[in-house]
Design a protein around this ligand. Structure first.
Ligand code: KG4
Ligand code: ZN
Length: 338
């Protein structure tokens, strides 16, 4: 079964064709990152406009690269939530039009379910149940993936997402948007013990987290150094910051792994590309004997293949939409589909 999948929730326009949820026939991405970089972050209006400009040609390109025609498409899938509302709307409207024109089913996919499903593409043997640490620019949570379309949130950030903090700190240090990858690179050259940064405890739920205190402490440290004319060891600050983020994520993940009793742990989302978090997860899990699934960097960030992967399982669960499908800026990963 070939699914034409569309993703436009942030600053990447993406169209993919995925067969039976596991095999990527093609995965085309038109990134807008360079455009937004001069503003230091995503400008929603520009994002929407650029999605409109790119999406039709990208869909044609996806079919051509897959070596198939519209007749070979069995369903159309689209990210319908969460994201920048104008941006998500472009993909939703395109997918509705495509499904209508081809007279094929329309499958709405939650963006974060898509990130989890990136693991199905990277690891053909992976099947639920498993624990997934989901870390992106907008979300940070521990998800009990009981089945492909049945999940429970064990805990998550009560304030900022981890990726958001990476980007904010990176921006203050003069790194290009999005700062996460550049900060990660600098961190690899630094001393992670040089700057003591806080690791916050958050509330009653042992799986909840907080990053706003860490973000503020790091920002204050940078501003203070500027004010007193002290030269910062940027690489070591990046290493200390990355260690603090990892120390917030990894022990909670291990505790959740013990509680669920699962022997499979996956990581998903843009921040899953972070080298410190990957290293710490691997060494912590080694002691538990659990198998760790870390998607390749190409599948950590936004793409449409992951949407096509999850869509297959939404299809099998009977989760379809009709032409009244709307886009949503926020929506729980658990929520009713529509
Ligand atoms: O999943 P994603 O592509 O988009 C959202 O759904 O939010 O995640 C983007 C986030 C950005 O905050 C970006 O800085 C971060 O992932 N990121 C990283 C790394 N690569 C991307 N953060 C830390 N280390 C990295 N290597
Ligand atoms: Zn994403």
């Amino acid at each position: 079964m070939n699914i034409l999948a569309v993703e436009s929730s942030c600053d990447e326009t993406a169209v993919a064709v995925v067969s039976n949820g596991r095999r990527v026939l093609t995965d085309c991405i038109a990134s807008q990152v360079d455009l937004h970089r001069i503003y230091g972050g995503v400008v929603p209006e520009i994002a929407s406009r650029k999605h409109i400009e790119a999406i039709y040609a990208l869909a044609d390109q996806a079919l051509e690269k897959a070596g198939i025609t519209r007749n070979d498409i069995d369903a159309v899938a689209v990210t319908y939530a969460p994201g920048l509302i104008g941006a998500v709307l472009v993909g939703v409207n395109f997918a509705k039009a495509a499904a209508f024109a081809m007279n094929k089913p329309l499958i709405p996919v939650h963006h974060m379910r898509g990130h989890i499903a990136a693991n199905y593409l990277a690891f053909p043997e992976l099947e639920p149940p498993f624990l997934c640490l989901v870390v992106s620019g907008g979300h940070t949570m521990l998800v009990d993936v009981q089945d492909y379309t049945k999940m429970e949130i064990l805990g998550g950030t009560l304030d900022d997402a981890a990726g958001e903090c990476f980007d904010k700190v990176g921006r203050l240090l003069g790194m290009p948007y999005p700062g996460g990858a550049a900060l990660d690179k600098a961190a690899q050259l630094g001393d992670d013990t040089k700057y003591p940064l806080p690791r916050a405890k958050a509330g009653e739920n042992p799986y909840d987290m907080s990053f706003s205190g860490l973000k503020t402490a790091t920002i204050n440290l940078i501003h203070h150094a500027e004010q007193v004319g002290e030269e910062l060891d940027v690489n070591s600050l990046c290493a200390s910051f990355s260690a603090a983020v990892s120390d917030t994520l990894v022990p909670r993940t291990m505790q959740a792994l013990r509680q669920t009793g699962y022997d499979k742990l996956a990581v998903a989302g843009g921040v899953a590309a972070n080298s410190r978090i990957r290293k710490d997860i691997l060494s912590a899990a080694e002691r538990t004997g659990a198998k760790v699934y870390l998607p390749p960097l190409s599948l950590c960030g936004d793409n449409a293949a992951m949407i096509g992967a999850q869509a297959y399982y939404e299809f099998l669960s009977g989760n379809f939409a009709d032409m009244s499908l709307n886009a949503y800026a926020t929506k729980s990963i658990l929520g009713e589909m529509l």
